[in-house]
Design a protein around this ligand. Structure first.
Ligand SMILES: [Zn+2]
Length: 304
């Protein structure tokens, strides 16, 4: 499941590619029938909240996309590729591509975790995107989008990926709750956009036990976590890689004072490091299920 950094990255990238331009859209296999609402219109803005994307083509013409577990975009610079796979939607720059021609180049995007960025190309060159396997792809009215925003907690990245959401709503919910902070951080109605990796890593960086009840977390700690999330998630947008360790905590020699990218085994403090020694104290990192997802933490560094 992509986390907020990945969703906001798509928002920025698709706006850079298509913002202010006339966009053609179709659902060539009949899996999405409402393309006439947006086809041939200018893309005015791309919004992201938590794991939701909203492409604004005018009032009550918001294309809502939630990738869910399986959804992914493919993009390309050349002519529109021939239709293949379970294609829900494709959008293309009307000025760059006069009519669909086949075949063309269609490269699948690797997930950020496996992508070293070498396949990346300038978003301004993107002529088309394809969408496959999303949990939702539908047209929202402005009212429906507003309702979604109300249902979701504030997003550390803000609606435009630069922060700015007011976190007080989230803090108030957490400080009233007996639920564990590790569970609350994953609850999209409390805070939007944080997934399993950021949950584990933000709690480690705050040295806070994931089992601490929300009501017992000092508000200053919540604020520190909130402030920590924005630069971490922004960095994850830029290079599609979630890196949360500080250079001084990475055991490999090149990590200590170097600007070189960290080795794969050193990008996280606790996420998927169960059984391995904590980079800070050497204790074995632990794993346990919480609210249906694996939770990772250091029992020594992270206290109530
Ligand atoms: Zn530790």
């Amino acid at each position: 499941m992509p986390e907020g950094n990945e969703i906001h990255r798509w928002a920025e990238r698709h706006y850079a590619a298509f913002g202010g331009k006339v966009i053609r859209a179709d659902g060539p296999q009949g899996r999405f029938k409402d393309t006439d609402v947006i086809d041939g219109r200018k893309l005015l803005r791309v919004m992201a909240v938590g794991k939701h994307l909203g492409y604004v083509f005018g009032k009550d013409r918001i294309l809502h996309i939630h990738l869910g577990l399986q959804g992914d975009f493919t993009e390309g610079t050349g002519p529109l590729p021939e239709v293949r796979g379970a294609l829900r939607l494709r959008m293309w720059n009307a000025a760059a591509i006069k009519k669909p021609v086949a075949p063309g180049e269609s490269k699948r995007h690797a997930w950020y975790a496996d992508d070293d960025g070498s396949n990346d190309f300038d978003a301004k060159r993107v002529a088309w995107v394809e969408l496959r396997g999303p949990m939702d792809c539908s047209i929202y009215t402005n009212a429906k989008w507003d309702k979604l925003r109300e249902r979701l907690g504030p997003d550390p990245l803000g609606v435009d990926g630069k922060g700015g959401d007011d976190p007080d709503r989230a803090f108030a919910k957490i400080l009233k709750s007996r639920k564990a902070i590790g569970e609350l951080l994953m609850d999209q109605s409390v805070i939007a956009g944080i997934g399993n990796i950021y949950r584990a890593e933000l709690l480690f960086r705050a040295r806070l036990s994931p089992f601490t009840p929300g009501k017992d977390v000092p508000e200053a700690t919540l604020r520190a976590i909130w402030n920590d999330a924005l630069p971490l998630m922004r960095a994850g947008m830029a290079d599609r890689r979630i890196v949360t360790t500080l250079p001084r905590d990475r055991p490999s020699s090149h990590g200590r004072n170097s600007k070189r990218p960290p080795e794969k085994a050193e990008v996280h403090y606790v996420y998927r490091r169960n059984g391995l020694p904590c980079f800070v104290c050497g204790t074995a990192v632990r794993k346990q299920e919480m609210a249906g997802r694996n939770l990772f933490w250091c029992p020594v560094c992270q206290t109530d």
